[in-house]
Design a protein around this ligand. Structure first.
Ligand SMILES: Cc1cc2nc3c(=O)[nH]c(=O)nc-3n(C[C@H](O)[C@H](O)[C@H](O)COP(=O)(O)OP(=O)(O)OC[C@H]3O[C@@H](n4cnc5c(N)ncnc54)[C@H](O)[C@@H]3O)c2cc1C
Length: 378
């Protein structure tokens, strides 16, 4: 495509910043519009598997992420009652070579501080909340809440699960509450007073689960996310503070090794979990969606962020290699939809690494090198 094509990316999350980073490297003038006034260090961690870290390496971010996060040495699945190990996977030099990248746990705020370096300084317009898109025959106008209006040739909607770009593309439709909430907390590891925990453990109960992992290479910061059923969510807030007892009570009959950890947890917040029914309409005209804007899933496979990164890498390749936006969008959709469909299914089942699991198809995938699908009509 013509490198003079003006590309507007809405949303400076994992997907948006990765897409903008690759597009700028390919010679496009891509600008990112983000509603937040700045990035903040919200209290949550994120796991980035090798299929995502090898992409971020191409943006020069891998070492910085390793420095702020932790290369987990292992992931262990344990039964809620007996504590028996149901599955474990070790991440060492051999697995890193096999998967093509490290398995990282990192604080989301630290991740964003690093991700910002993927794009040309000054190419993120903060405090720009998109409220409308107005398409004309030769351009598309972006209208922001702050009164600004800019024109672009293409719009990439990377604006997450409540995407305004999606609303314009498909009509407004709120995401659905899945009947589960996530209790999240971060605490200093010294509170464990020497009690040893693996780098990453998932505790599996019959209708609930809980993940505990370190977020820093010094293993001094621990993240806990406990997901349990909830009949409803009645607030407009993305999260609310919650008494620590809510988390402790929800997992009170779990194994002692977990209860030792929960004893020292404080400052808990609770987050509703939403998704959307699968809808494979990801583009039309000058508009295309990536990440949670088009395929949000419950976070049970810890793969949503990685999918946004993969989308960004594939879409950038399609735009750089093909002649028109229409061809690029069709190629992007044909390449991504089958893989994302598998991840959506596994996330909904909550089956990833519950027991013996074939992981190569997921971790070994390299969206910067994988073949691009050619839709038959091209
Ligand atoms: C509890 C929980 C735990 C998770 N754990 C993991 C994990 O361990 N590993 C993993 O890979 N994934 C995980 N995920 C999923 C992951 O967080 C998402 O899939 C990922 O953040 C999606 O990236 P994105 O770039 O598509 O959207 P987002 O990260 O949501 O970014 C969207 C951006 O768009 C901005 N925006 C929104 N609306 C507008 C607007 N109108 N105008 C301008 N800007 C706008 C937002 O402020 C935001 O910066 C988890 C999710 C949850 C809820």
């Amino acid at each position: 495509m013509n490198r003079n094509t003006r590309i507007a990316v809405v949303g400076a999350g994992l997907g948006g910043l990765t897409a903008a980073g690759f597009l700028q490297r390919a010679g496009f003038a891509a600008t990112v519009y983000e509603q937040a006034p700045t990035f903040s260090r919200i209290g949550a961690g994120i796991i980035l598997s090798a299929n995502a870290t090898k992409v971020l390496r191409r943006l020069g971010l891998e070492q910085a992420l390793i420095d702020v996060g932790i290369k987990a040495e292992c992931y262990v699945s344990r039964a809620w009652d007996s504590g028996a190990t149901q599955y474990e996977i070790y991440f060492d030099a051999a697995s890193e070579e096999r998967f093509g990248g490290p398995y990282l746990n990192v604080h989301r705020g630290d991740l964003h501080a690093v991700l910002e370096r993927a794009v040309v300084p000054g190419s993120i317009a903060f405090d720009h909340r998109l409220v409308d898109l107005q398409e004309t025959s030769d351009a598309i106008g972006l209208v922001f809440e702050n009164g600004t209006r800019v024109e672009a040739d293409l719009v990439i909607g990377a604006d997450g699960i409540r995407s305004k770009v999606r609303d314009v593309l498909l009509g407004p439709q709120p995401p659905r509450f899945v009947g589960m909430v996530a209790h999240r907390a971060i605490f200093p590891a010294e509170r464990l007073r020497g009690f040893k925990i693996p780098d990453c453990t998932k505790w599996w109960g019959p209708d609930r689960h809980l993940l505990v992992y370190f977020m820093t290479r010094r293993r001094d910061e621990v993240y806990v996310i406990g997901v349990a059923p909830a009949a409803s969510w009645d607030s407009d807030e993305a999260s609310l503070p919650c008494p620590r007892e809510k988390l402790v009570d929800a997992f009170a009959n779990f194994h002692d090794d977990l209860l030792r950890v929960l004893e020292v947890v404080q400052d808990v917040s609770v987050w509703p979990i939403y998704d959307r029914a699968r809808d494979d309409r990801w583009s039309r005209g000058r508009i295309v969606l990536i990440g949670d804007a088009c395929h949000p899933v419950p976070p049970f496979m810890a793969a949503g962020g990685a999918m946004a990164v993969e989308d960004a890498a594939i879409l950038s390749r399609c735009l750089a290699q093909l002649d028109t936006a229409a061809e690029a969008f069709r190629c992007y959709e044909a390449t991504r939809i089958p893989r994302v469909g598998d991840v959506q299914r596994i996330s909904l089942e909550n089956s990833w690494m519950r027991g013996p699991t074939e992981t190569d198809w997921f971790y070994c995938y390299d969206p910067c090198l994988a073949p691009l699908a050619r839709p038959t009509s091209l």
